[in-house]
Design a protein around this ligand. Sequence first.
Ligand code: NAP
Length: 263
Amino acid sequence: MAVSERVNNQQSNSPKFRVLLLGGTAEAFALANKLAALSFDIISSLAGRTQNPKLPNTQTRIGGFGGVIGLKNYLTEQKFDYVIDATHPFAKKITENAINATKELAIPLLRLERKAWQPQAGDHWTFVNSEAEAASLLKPKSNCFLALGKQHISPFANRNDVNFIARMLEPADSAKKFNSIVQVIAKPTNSHDELRFLQKYQIDTIVCRNSGGKQSYQKLIAARYLALPVIMIQRAALPEIVTVETVEEAKRYLLDTRNRLKT
Ligand code: NAP
């Protein structure tokens, strides 16, 4: 995808502290707006996966960088002092690229990653490390809810003995590879509607990723109520990097860092 730039009227008055914010999440959007309001010289970056992305009130660029080398070139050309990786917990590639590029250029990196969910009393979760592992654990003839998004369902297509209900924002091309699949084009809702959804499709197993956050958690509240088994795909382990879990913590961290550099 061609890289596009949008320059808005939020111009920098702090050119000595230039920040690249890798986004594509609600947290990145909120943080970008908060930092813009504090006159950070900030460019938000999106992968360009969605047609009409909601753009923050910062300069924005859209499209991949071209791997670690492309990212390193961009960071050098644009003279960034700081990188914030606020991408999705399962966007592993861009996070790895950010770690490698900033390490090689000795640019500080902050990771903003929302907290992973933890099982509560009454939950029946089995933890796995991949979609393929989750697929291997499904019982024959089960009615399985895939709460994964359209890019992540294909590892389940070889389970011809399972009925799948996949809820997604857009239909998946890979659906045609499945023996039995119902595609539900919808977003997660509140726990009452999630309960109705699970009952309507007679779901007996849920597969999801440990994305964290409130909205996607509602199905897990409903699953607890019904005592349903959940196969939970865990996040990949990352090298040690400075990490915060909330937008507020990230904002404070950046303010402290900027103040430290000024003195
Ligand atoms: P990914 O597998 O980690 O990244 C694949 C490639 O997309 C990267 O190597 C990079 O291309 C480009 N890319 C990803 N994020 C970028 C960003 N913020 N700015 C510029 N380029 C970016 O990521 P993904 O899972 O495809 O997710 C893509 C985007 O959607 C991420 O920004 C993420 O925050 C957002 N998102 C992902 C999920 C999810 O479930 N994975 C959910 C919600 C939102 P180059 O190598 O060419 O630089």
